[in-house]
Design a binder for this molecule. Structure first.
Ligand SMILES: NC(=O)c1ccc[n+]([C@@H]2O[C@H](COP(=O)([O-])OP(=O)(O)OC[C@H]3O[C@@H](n4cnc5c(N)ncnc54)[C@H](O)[C@@H]3O)[C@@H](O)[C@H]2O)c1
Length: 417
């Protein structure tokens, strides 16, 4: 077992909290620092807001005496290794690195010779060296000479659970050989496999490649939904047939669009970074546009289906029940959710829209349960996010069902995207 170290994890969100728990499990002492006092309070009370970390697991970490959630930066004093796991949003398709800069400046006040700082957030190539290193160097210490600096992008699959993270290979990079060795050594104590990168920029790029790959492919199948509708064939049946090819094909599924905190903004980071180099990337930019338009397309299909079935119905008299508000199935996260964008588009037509999602009840106006009364009174029920446990028998009883997830057999009252 690797020697126990003092670890600081800056940012206790979807990425930082699981990393903190893994470090505690590996025997380290961990300070989980976060600027959100409400989150810190919940952590102190053993109340986890991250689905992949159970409250029981959090309480166990607190009881070990080796996990301290805090909003007090002075608790960072004396750290050996710090992870930065703060948000990297895109504003108007441009990177917003203010959280990374702020986190690095906070750490700078407590930086000591020979310590290691690892950036975990997703960002564009150049960030660790151009933004994080100078912010840390406000301490008077120099990256490489006095302290180690690395990058290890997170590959968390929300909803897959904390134990799943351990089996996902982790990319590790350093600004020099010593830094790389330190990052590899630290993460090797937490996960099964660590993959060293040749340099920091390649590792930063690799993370964006992974997410752009998903967005481009999801946009591709979403574009195919429109093509299939024009051709009068089922995109779902065609994709199922294509997926029987044993090589050279990887299945992706249509839907309301790719949302969440990662795919759209990470792809925007890559596109922005390339544009600033005078080299726009048409494929990536088109994929992002297709993705932005998908919720509008889904809303339009629902409305068109309604009007086709009930000729006299006008949008302002339609009552549409949408199932799902989160950005993907089986999570509670609604950040950049395409399902919510579908509801906004439908409301714009004047329709009454009711959103039901048992996992997203923190969101204003979202109902937890689909009832027979809701189904009976709806002009349409649309499945936008296929959480486990949906009551398909009840859904099938609706007068018109629009299935954006390919989970129901098409029928007289059931239309697929
Ligand atoms: N959520 C995912 O599934 C996922 C997967 C892979 C990578 N990532 C990347 O990981 C990074 C973090 O994402 P997340 O989902 O954990 O975000 P998050 O919003 O869940 O958590 C980030 C936390 O950082 C805190 N914070 C912000 N600024 C801070 C500062 N200066 N000092 C201390 N705390 C600060 C926030 O209060 C918040 O609690 C992003 O770059 C994201 O793109 C996320």
């Amino acid at each position: 077992m690797a020697p126990s170290r003092r670890i600081a994890v800056v940012g206790q969100g979807f990425v930082g909290l699981p990393a903190a728990m893994l470090a505690v499990q590996a025997g380290h002492s961990v300070v989980g620092y976060d600027t959100d006092p409400y989150r810190v309070l919940r952590l102190e009370h053993g109340d986890s807001y991250v689905a992949d970390v159970s409250s029981a697991r959090l309480v166990e970490a607190l009881h070990s005496g080796r996990y301290l959630p805090t909003g007090d930066p002075d608790a960072l004093e004396g750290f050996d290794i710090a992870l930065i796991a703060v948000p990297t949003p895109a504003t108007d398709d441009r990177p917003d690195l203010s959280c990374i800069e702020a986190a690095a400046k906070t750490l700078a006040a407590y930086l000591r010779p020979r310590c290691l700082v690892i950036l975990e957030s997703t960002t564009y190539p150049g960030t660790t060296v151009d933004i994080v290193a100078p912010a840390l160097e406000t301490s008077g210490l120099t990256a490489g000479r006095d302290f180690r600096l690395g990058y290890a992008p997170e590959r968390l699959d929300p909803g897959a659970g904390l134990d799943g993270v351990v089996h996902v290979p982790k990319i590790a990079a350093g600004i020099d050989e010593q830094s790389l060795r330190a990052v590899v050594e630290f993460w090797s104590g937490l996960v099964d496999t660590v993959v060293p990168a040749p340099d920091i920029q390649t590792a930063e790029f690799a993370k964006l490649v992974e997410n752009a790959f998903r967005l481009v492919n999801i946009s591709f199948v979403n574009e195919l939904t429109r093509d299939a509708a024009v051709l009068g064939v089922s995109v779902w049946a065609a994709l199922q047939l294509a997926a029987t090819k044993p090589y050279g094909y990887m299945p992706f599924h249509p839907g309301a669009g790719a949302g969440g905190h990662c795919l759209p903004s990470d792809t925007a980071y890559l596109a922005w970074c390339l544009r600033t180099q005078g080299h726009p990337s048409p494929l990536i930019e088109t994929a992002a546009r297709v993705n932005r338009n998908q919720p509008g397309y889904v809303a339009q299909r629902i409305m068109a289906g309604l009007i086709r079935r009930f000729h006299t119905l006008t949008p302002d008299r339609a009552r549409i029940v949408l199932l799902g508000a989160t950005y993907k199935p089986d999570v509670a996260d609604v950040r950049d959710s395409c399902a919510l964008k579908v509801s906004t588009e439908l409301r714009r037509t004047g329709a009454e829209v009711i959103v039901v999602d048992p996992l997203a009840t923190d969101v204003n106006g979202v109902l937890a349960e689909l009832t027979l009364a809701l189904v009976a009174q709806a002009s349409a029920v649309a499945v936008l996010v296929a959480h486990h446990g949906l009551d398909y028998d009840l859904i099938r009883r609706a007068r018109y069902v629009f299935d954006a997830c390919g989970v129901l057999e098409p029928g007289p009252n059931i239309e697929q995207l």
